[in-house]
Every structure is written in C-alpha cells, then in structure tokens.
Design a protein around this ligand. Structure first.
Ligand code: ZN
Length: 344
C-alpha cells in the first residue's frame, strides 16, 4: 500500500527570534513525539527541496521575495510588530514552500496516498506582497498554485482550521474559480477578516467560505461545521486535491486564542477530511502545519493527525478534557446563518 509522506527538515529550526511563540520547539516537540510512537518508521520520511523561486513568484511579488532575502542577508529584523526575519529565515521559508510543493507533487502523482508537512515558518497569513502574522511565504498557496498550473489538478480545495482566519490564502485566491477556500476560525480575533459574507469575487464568486465561530467553541461545533457546511460545499466544488492549513491553536490550552478543541477533536476533523478526500478525489490530501503554540498540544495534535492519515489509532490528549462549557447560542446562529448563506 502506498504510504503517508512526512516532510520535514532540521533547517526549519533555524528561523528563530528569542522569546517568540512561533519557536523551533514547536517542531522539535512534535518530532520527539513522532519518534516516541514509532511513527518515523511507518511514515515515508521525505527531505524536501527548496522551492524554485519562479514557483514562489506565481504567488508572491518578486520585489517582496527579494526584500525578505535582503533582510535575511542583512542579519534580519522585524517586518511588522509580530513577524521576524532571522539570518536563516529566507532559506527556511523557501524550503517550507518547497516541502509543501514536494508533498503535493508526490500525492498528485500517486507516489504517496497523502502527506503531512511539518514546517515553519507558517504561511497562511502571508499575502502577495507582504509578510504578516508570523508568516513569510504562503506555503499552502504556493502548493495550490503549483497544483493547478503544473501538477495537473483542475480544482483544489484548501481547508484552513487554524484558529486564525487564513487571510493571505483567501486574498490570493479570492477571484479564482480553480482554488476554493474554506476557513473555520475564532471571530473576532487576529487578523480581523473571515466574515460569513466574504465568499469570493469575480470568477471566484462562491468559492470562498468562512465559518467565523465565537470564542469557546470546541469539538462539537467544529464537527458540526464540517458536517453541515464544509462537506456539502466540497461536494459542490468537486476538488481533485484537498490541501489543509493545519493550525493547532484552537486547542483549549493554546495561549493565543480561546477555543476548546482537544486532540481527539483534531483527530476527528482529520478523519472527516480523509473520508471527504476518499469520496471526492481518490484520497489525495496534503496537510501542512500553520499555528499552535502550546508545545504539548501541538505535538499531540500533529502526531494524531499523521496517525489518522496513516490509518493508525491517534494518541490521546495530554491535557485530558477541558472543563465543561455550555454550547454557545451564538455558534448555533453562525451555523444557521452559514447554511442559509450557502443554501444548504
Ligand atoms: Zn493561528
């Protein structure tokens, strides 16, 4: 049977600013847990190659790419109040984009049945000509663009379950019919976009869907949103590849947000995505890491995701269950409004 690919490089650890929550330890924690569970033997471990800059330029402005390279060469600095470039960041970011493209190519060509891309810096906030929100190059966007321009895909669906709205990805493909975007996120929260009414424009009208949930939502609300909104929309869009911006910062112990997902909840979401990919596109599914800032939670949730991709029982949550919390009437309203918006 074809295997699940795991894309990783120690070079991703070299992008670093002391004290920043988007830290190398996020990857080393996940790697240590993968090792502990013997998963490194079961997954096809792949060393990614840096993305061809011409491929990155399909998504990002050439002057912006040059500016990141120049800042790194000059010793680095801050591009906004929360996004840094260190001397190794340009190479790490080009390698992260390359890992996303390599995994996508392997899955599209049928060499691997699905893949998990364990990378940083993350990508989903980066827009065409600007870094944002810890993100330099938009890995998932570079992979989606490559898939439709060079990989033979007709239509790609990007599912973003990071707790923050994937504004960069939405922006890049807002007027495109060949790349559909679904984001479920806490709202209001950084970056402030991702309202229900943002549904795409021009040729891309109706190919962007947002589910902006109030703080306090957990496994139940996320799974309902997948069942009631994502799955029927994906059937309508009929992608031949599904890419996932997998952020684990909706976990209840995450320090940067206020959602209540558990590791079991993440595993259930991935299970649902695997079933959707099996139904719509021969199982072609590539997940790539975005956020997640509690080290134990991100490690367990990333490992559980890779295990579900590889048809193995997922690890449990190191923190157990969150304290009980009433279902939010506001969440019910958002789901009802989304069903109405999309005529579901
Ligand atoms: Zn995030």
């Amino acid at each position: 049977m074809r295997s699940t690919g795991l894309y990783y490089s120690p070079q991703f650890l070299l992008h670093e600013a002391p004290g920043h929550p988007e830290a190398p330890a996020r990857l080393t924690a996940a790697w240590a847990l993968l090792e502990q569970h013997g998963l490194l033997l079961d997954l096809a471990l792949c060393q990614p190659a840096p993305a061809d800059l011409a491929v990155v330029e399909q998504v990002h402005a050439a002057h912006y790419i040059r500016s990141v390279r120049a800042l790194a060469a000059d010793g680095g600095g801050w591009v906004d109040s929360d996004t840094f470039v260190s001397p190794a960041s340009f190479d790490a970011a080009v390698l992260a984009a390359g890992a996303a493209v390599d995994a996508t190519a392997a899955v599209l060509a049928g060499r691997q049945r699905n893949a998990f891309v364990l990378v940083r810096p993350p990508g989903h906030h980066a827009v065409r000509d600007r870094a944002m929100g810890f993100c330099l190059f938009n890995n998932v966007a570079v992979a989606a663009q490559w898939a439709v321009k060079a990989g033979g895909a007709q239509r790609v669906l990007i599912v973003d379950f990071d707790v923050h709205h994937g504004n960069g990805t939405q922006d890049i493909f807002y007027e495109r019919a060949d790349v559909c975007f679904f984001s479920i996120h806490q709202f209001p929260l950084y970056p402030g976009t991702g309202r229900l009414a943002e549904t795409g424009g021009g040729a891309g009208a109706g190919t962007t869907a947002n589910v902006p949930l109030p703080p306090g939502c957990g496994n139940h609300e996320y799974l309902r949103a997948f069942d009631e909104i994502l799955i029927p929309l994906a059937r309508r869009w009929r992608p031949d590849l599904i890419l996932v911006s997998a952020g684990y910062d909706a976990h209840w112990r995450d320090p940067l947000a206020n959602m209540r997902l558990t590791v079991e909840g993440y595993a259930a979401l991935v299970d649902c995505l695997c079933a959707l990919a099996a139904e719509l596109c021969a199982g072609r599914l590539v997940m790539m890491l975005e956020g997640g800032y509690n080290l134990d939670a991100i490690a367990a949730a990333a490992v559980a995701s890779a295990q579900v991709l590889a048809d193995q029982p997922p690890v449990g949550d190191p923190y157990g269950q969150p304290p009980p919390h009433p279902l939010s009437p506001r969440a019910e309203q958002v789901l009802a409004a989304a069903r109405q918006q999309w005529d579901l």
